[in-house]
Design a protein around this ligand. Structure first.
Ligand code: PEP
Ligand code: CO
Length: 450
């Protein structure tokens, strides 16, 4: 099932225009890092990426729903068991709400174990009157606001690989080792969430799930023997931005002979780097992982069809996901023509909503934030556009954290502007906190039932 063109190679992107790449100070050191990655074990296996592709294929035609979420950017300084577990907990909680509320399997994909690079609109920022290079994620440079920290260092790619490996190891242990067991559904509710209205609502739902399990056991079903009640699949994803790194982790699958980018199960191409003839689309046209592409308000129906042809010429369902990130005020008008374009050409596409990236605002004090209501409004607009075109609204792509941060405004918890500084910890974009995420899941389940 090779999609790969005769001219494609893991390094063929180097002949194209590559946007948003760091200018490494020492090209030889960068080449050494890439060479080292090429001899390192893959982080994920081709078979796992194929399993995800099959699950995503179900989300195209109403048989599943994609929940993709995690940090805007992960941090080298936050590799703690606790933080990873908290992220997994909220993912499992949201997923329980959606699975139970909408009676559909939820495909769980983290922005995790490799989300260490960021595209930037501005190459420089001004700090204390001095112009310094922008922060591009810990796999490229440091976030400290001084010129020295911002020098891109290719050794960071090795550190990023190592951190991804430890994160993934813990994630695999949690998801396969009993923590994600459905009989633990109460344990996923955290103290600071449990006391809130959405936390109590979750408690009631967890009780229903417990009763349903007890009922099945009473009917003689051997719950202990049913693996699917005790383990879950949580897949990994990140923006495939830093092509040196992605090339370094690309391997040829011994079973099929196809190329896979073994840095994560799913890779997406950002709004700023999706040029049809540019390096990123060239690179991701050749690897066989499930691929996502962000589509902002400027995307045209022709862009959609051209990306489909280029990234999925064999029309494999689950291979290609588009994330609409149009803005709450525009999605209802801008999305339908794009949905029609892929549908009329008969391309299998999973359509998902990224309600975060076109709804970022600044407060009067200059703090970057997002309003919970605006995020919900974009999701509702996305659903409305999909229903109108008879396309299944197949998923959401969110930025959240398991912590009790105050980065987004509103939600049942009602974070107000004055509170933003209380716990504002993100390295870049404002994330939903655990309560806001759970609140969003309940509203999403209601939308899906409609
Ligand atoms: C992101 O997902 O963090 C991001 C930068 O998104 P976009 O490419 O849609 O702006
Ligand atoms: Co972001």
């Amino acid at each position: 099932m090779a999609v790969t063109s005769a001219t494609w190679r893991p390094d063929s992107w180097r002949e194209r225009r590559a946007l948003q790449q760091p200018a490494w100070a020492e090209p030889a050191a960068a080449a050494a890092s890439v060479a080292r990655l090429k001899t390192s074990p893959p982080l994920v296996f081709a078979g796992e990426a194929r399993a995800l592709r099959e699950q995503l294929a179900k989300a195209i035609d109403r048989r599943a729903f994609l929940l993709q979420a995690g940090d805007c950017v992960e941090s080298f300084n936050e590799l703690s068991t606790m933080r990873i577990r908290e992220k997994l907990k909220i993912m499992l909680q949201m997923s329980a709400v959606l699975t139970y509320g909408a009676t559909l399997p939820v495909v769980k994909v983290g922005r995790i174990a490799g989300q260490f690079t960021k595209p930037r609109s501005d190459e420089f920022e001004v700090v204390d009157g001095e112009e310094i290079p922008s922060f591009r994620g810990h796999m490229v440079n440091g976030d400290e606001p001084d010129a020295e920290a911002r020098v891109p260092d290719p050794r960071r790619m090795i550190e990023g690989y190592n951190q991804s490996a430890s994160t993934l190891n813990l994630l695999r242990a949690f998801t396969k080792g009993g923590y994600a067991d459905l009989t633990q559904v109460h344990l996923w509710n955290k103290d600071f969430v449990a006391s809130s209205p959405e936390g109590r609502r979750y408690e009631a739902l967890a009780m229903d799930i417990e009763r349903a399990l007890a009922f099945m056991a009473a009917c003689g079903i051997d719950l202990a023997a049913e693996r699917r009640l005790h383990e879950v699949d949580v897949f990994t994803s990140h923006e495939g931005l830093l092509l040196d790194y992605e090339e370094g982790l690309t391997r040829q699958d011994s079973l099929t002979g196809d190329w896979y980018d073994c840095s994560a199960h799913l890779l997406w191409v950002g709004e700023r780097t999706r040029g049809l003839d540019d390096a990123h689309i060239e690179f991701f046209s050749g690897v066989h992982n499930p691929i996502g592409v962000k589509l902002g308000p400027a995307a045209t129906p022709d862009d959609v069809v051209a990306l489909c042809e280029r990234l999925n010429p064999l029309r494999v369902p689950g291979r290609l996901t588009f994330y609409a990130r149009m803005g709450a005020d525009h999605v209802r008008d801008l999305l339908p023509p794009l949905l029609r374009a892929s549908r009329d050409e008969g391309h299998p596409v999973l359509w998902a909503s990224d309600p975060m990236h076109a709804n970022t605002i600044r407060t009067a004090d200059g703090v970057k934030t997002r309003r919970f209501d605006t995020i919900m409004r974009e999701i509702e607009g996305f659903f409305a556009a999909c229903w109108q075109e008879n396309v299944w609204p197949g998923g959401v792509h969110l930025e959240f954290t398991g912590e009790d941060v105050t980065e987004c405004l509103g939600g049942a918890d009602d974070v107000v502007e004055e509170q933003l500084s209380t716990r504002y910890e993100t390295l870049l974009d404002p994330r939903l906190n655990a309560r806001q995420s759970l609140d969003l899941a309940f509203r999403l389940a209601e939308l899906m039932r409609r």
